[in-house]
Design a protein around this ligand. Sequence first.
Ligand code: GLN
Length: 251
Amino acid sequence: MRDKSNMKITVGHLYPELLNLYGDRGNIACLMQRCLWRGIRAETIELNTEEDIDFTKLDIVLLGGGSDREQMLVCRRLKKIQEKFRDYVENNGVVIAVCGGYQLLGKYYQTDEGLIEGLNLLDIYTEQGEGRLIGNIILDSKLSDIPVVGFENHGGRTFLNDGCRPFGKVLYGAGNDGKSGYEGVIYKNVIGTYLHGPLLPKNSRICDYLLERALERKYGSVQLEKLDDWLEISANKYIFKRFMKRRRIAV
Ligand code: GLN
């Protein structure tokens, strides 16, 4: 087996001063900790809007959620890194983008206050709808052998054009637009999702999926050591039972 002590994962946290809602930082803590538990070195670089970003130094990029106002501020800055970010994505760079960050990967987010231009890395677009979609959410995702659980709070409705796969099928909650029955997007090694919570501590399978993709890209094939996820799985089961039961009663 490959010597893991020589392995290192670098997570780039994009614009934490503007995009960091509902514990998005917890996703970073989870990525780091699950590396450290396995003897893999891990570091996080916070990249603020004024900084130039060297994507060749990054293995995982995280974009968190933000209010419409904050997204508007970030959108101007994104134009400057658009081409480098596109190369990173097309070269199978790993990205996890949550809520506001997810919307910004697409073509645009049309709000009542104006149009927020996205990075245009994915063939998706978002439009502000009537009211906000708020609450717990449960998905069935091909990337996890147990349900994916989280919390959503968004005014935008995201639509996927042909060729974009959703992250999961909604079992409980609203998802991308409250109607399609799907949530999030997967493109190459990019996951975009409305799930806060934060997502990764609540769904360790998704965290390991991202780590595996990042290690594979950097070092070739890797088999991640299994961790004792008893606590994570118990919490996940609790959420699943609590809300799915409620759904059956409501039906
Ligand atoms: N401002 C966006 C919306 O309301 C994203 C919100 C978020 O990141 N939670 O749809």
